[in-house]
Design a binder for this molecule. Structure first.
Ligand code: ADP
Length: 227
């Protein structure tokens, strides 16, 4: 058996420790996401889902607890090493696309690959392939402002996968779109994830979208419970 792609054990996280406005956001998070598994994270606003995703993706650190990616314990690694692992192994998608406005769709997917040492021709080939998979290859040379909201998110999905991560973390990836578009764009995301065998944790408010994933967890009172 291979290691789980992501393992969180005993994660605790609070803010403003010792002060009047102290909040304990995560009290006891235990989660194991297997290779190719797609987990839905359902939580009301303010429940701590962004905090959880940031800790899992090494953008933030827990007060206590262990994060393992592909079996490797992230505790005590230098910032440099954490940044390298994040860049190579983790892809992020947010509710807003965060594409660079002065670059085309294709260039937005090429740039992270160049930063990772891939040569331009190969990076462009991969970017074009990813855009084809999500149905926006014909928009490759357009800047984000010339794309619809759904197209912008599809490009953001490709950018998140540009460096072939093991783990995808998505925070309300279709939360900004109208319901019809959201459904289609979510379908494109799931095809992309399934087609690459990626593991994913995808936060959503939408129970219908959550039902299309392998497992549904609710973040409640700082812990995860099965839906
Ligand atoms: P969600 O993504 O589920 O909406 P967050 O993880 O963003 O929730 O936030 C969870 C709780 O932690 C909220 O009550 C929020 O106000 C609080 N919080 C988040 N970040 C900080 C911070 N840097 N300092 C203080 N409180 C924070």
């Amino acid at each position: 058996m291979s290691n789980p792609t992501l393992e969180l054990s005993g994660i605790v996280k609070g803010y403003n420790a010792g002060r009047e406005n102290e909040v304990q956001v995560l009290r006891q998070i235990d989660l194991s996401v297997g290779e190719g598994e797609v987990v839905a994270l359902v939580a009301p606003s303010g429940a701590g889902k962004s905090t959880l995703l940031h800790i899992a993706g090494l953008l933030d650190t827990a007060d206590t607890g262990v994060v393992k990616i592909a079996g490797q314990d992230m505790t005590g690694l230098s910032d440099r090493k954490r940044t390298a692992i994040r860049r190579e192994d983790v892809g992020f998608i947010y509710q807003f696309h965060h594409l660079l406005p002065e670059f085309t769709a294709l260039e937005n997917i090429v740039l992270p690959q160049l930063a990772n040492g891939v040569v331009r021709a190969l990076a462009a080939e991969r970017a074009q392939d990813l855009l084809t998979r999500v149905g926006v290859a014909h928009r490759a040379d357009h800047r984000p402002a010339a794309l619809s909201g759904g197209e912008q998110q599809r490009v953001a999905f490709c950018r998140a996968l540009a460096n072939t991560p093991r783990l995808l973390l998505a925070d309300e990836p279709t939360g900004n779109l109208d319901p019809g578009t959201s459904d289609q764009v979510f379908g494109a995301l799931m095809e992309l994830v399934r087609g690459t065998g990626l593991s994913a944790v995808i936060a959503t408010h939408n129970l219908e979208l959550a039902a299309r994933m392998d497992r549904q967890l609710r973040l409640q009172d700082g812990a995860l419970v099965a839906l």
